[in-house]
Design a protein around this ligand. Structure first.
Ligand code: S3P
Length: 424
């Protein structure tokens, strides 16, 4: 296990280009894998999660040609894999692939690391089974990975998601491509819409209205795609720049679609000086005096992956910031509620859990944050959030398990050095 120590206070300056969006990268590879027509994907996420999805579609029969910085060309066509497919730490990888293969005429076993084996899979087993798929889970109640999926002819369903989850919605919509008849999904709150947008761009009939989406079965013909920068990675630099004195930093070419820019709205409410250039997608953040805010349960799915770093902003802000409806945070790569409480207690910000609400009392300014050692628990976003807190505060933050950043952002330490002058 590797650890790093980030000492502060540091300023965040300059320009950062974050990796291609992880959610879009997974979907681009999977949708391309369904089509025999070659399609080229540029600026894929260089994280391990997406590398696992690439290997998964290759194991299933797709061909992927590498053109270096020119991207990859995928020639799809799925025949089935010889052995189990390992998706590492990737919830998006395992859940979306389960939907992708559910209607194929072969059997697939999907597995992942210890964190994946702890995460709930019944949320996809139920709707896929309702479509006629044969999905066998593991563990008590058969609700965990590994999953064995015997491909079957599927039927279209109308399904209301019990949790606001783009992964579950997407698993169902990918399975819907091969079903008899249309499939409709209702969600309790808006989540990211990459799957439906990318299927529509690939020529599939898709209808969207409010929190309901319908997909009709059909062939896909995905266009070439340039994957935009990942807003969830941009969030680390933007929060760092807002909380650290003397900062002025721009993240280039950031994706800004539904349920991905929610953290910017939250930061604006806190008083953050963040401006978005809609033309270039560049987002600029400067040091700001932050105040507390309330993040409601309906709003949370729109900034779910940014909560670890928003918690750092809340720890610095003046007042008590609340995050409501936090249950889903407990079933991410780690129990992020517990991980946030541990991280912030170490550096001197008070956290309280009241039912389904996490309340963080800020210390008023970053220089008040102290020194701590935190264990990322193998969770990439906790490791990066802790490193940002370390750079902004005046103490030293030691992050154990820092190698987990490779899950989504292998270049994170280099970008931290480049934007703050920190030396690894
Ligand atoms: C994702 C959806 C979210 C998010 C995850 C990526 C996606 O998960 O946390 O990092 O690409 O669909 P849930 O759907 O479980 O909320």
């Amino acid at each position: 296990m590797s650890s790093i120590t980030v000492d502060g206070p540091r300023r965040f300056t300059g320009r950062v280009r974050v990796p291609g969006d992880k959610s879009i990268s997974h979907r681009a590879l999977m949708i391309a894998a369904l089509s025999r027509r070659p399609s080229t994907i540029r600026s894929l996420s260089d994280g391990e999660d997406v590398a696992h999805t690439r290997r998964a579609i290759e194991a299933l029969g797709a061909r992927v040609e590498d053109h270096g910085s020119g991207g990859v060309t995928v020639i799809g066509g799925l025949r089935g894999a010889r052995g189990p497919i390992y998706l590492g730490n990737s919830g998006t990888g395992i859940r979306l692939l389960a939907g992708l293969v559910a209607g194929c005429d072969f059997t697939t076993t999907l597995d992942g690391d210890a964190s994946i084996r702890r995460r709930p899979m019944d949320r996809i087993i139920h709707p896929l089974s309702a479509m006629g798929a044969q999905v066998q889970g593991s563990g008590a109640g058969g609700t965990r990975a590994p999953l064995t999926i015997e491909g079957r002819s599927l039927r279209g369903i109308e399904y209301t998601l019990p949790v606001a989850s783009a992964q579950v919605k997407s698993a169902v919509l990918l399975a819907a491509l091969g079903a008899a008849g249309p499939t409709t999904v209702h969600e309790p709150a808006p989540t990211r819409i990459h799957t439906e947008e990318m299927l529509a761009a690939a020529g599939v009939r898709v209808q969207r209205r409010d929190c309901t989406v319908t997909v009709w079965p059909g062939e896909v013909a995905p266009p070439d795609i340039d994957v935009p920068g990942d807003p969830s990675q941009a969030a680390f630099w933007l929060v760092g720049a807002c909380v650290a004195d003397g900062s002025d930093l721009t993240v280039e070419n950031v994706y800004a679609g539904q349920a991905r820019g929610g953290f910017i709205e939250v930061l604006h409410r806190m008083g953050a000086d963040i401006t978005v250039d809609p033309g270039s997608g560049d987002v600029r953040a400067r040091s700001s005096e932050l105040g507390a805010t309330r993040v409601t349960a309906d709003e949370l799915p729109g900034c779910i992956d940014e909560v670890p770093v928003l918690a750092v902003a809340a720890a610095v802000a003046d007042g008590v910031t609340t995050f409501e409806g936090i249950d889903e945070l407990r079933v991410k790569e780690s129990d992020r509620v517990a991980a946030i409480v541990e991280m912030l207690a170490g550096i001197g910000a008070e956290c309280r859990i009241d039912g389904r609400t996490l309340a963080i009392t800020g210390v008023g300014q970053a220089s008040e944050l102290g020194s701590a050692t935190v264990d990322s628990q193998g969770d990439h976003r906790m490791a990066m959030a802790a490193a940002i807190a370390g750079a902004a505060g005046s103490g030293a933050m030691t992050v154990e398990g820092f190698e987990s950043t490779a899950t989504s952002y292998p270049g994170f330490a280099n970008h931290l050095a480049q934007s703050t002058g920190w030396t690894p």
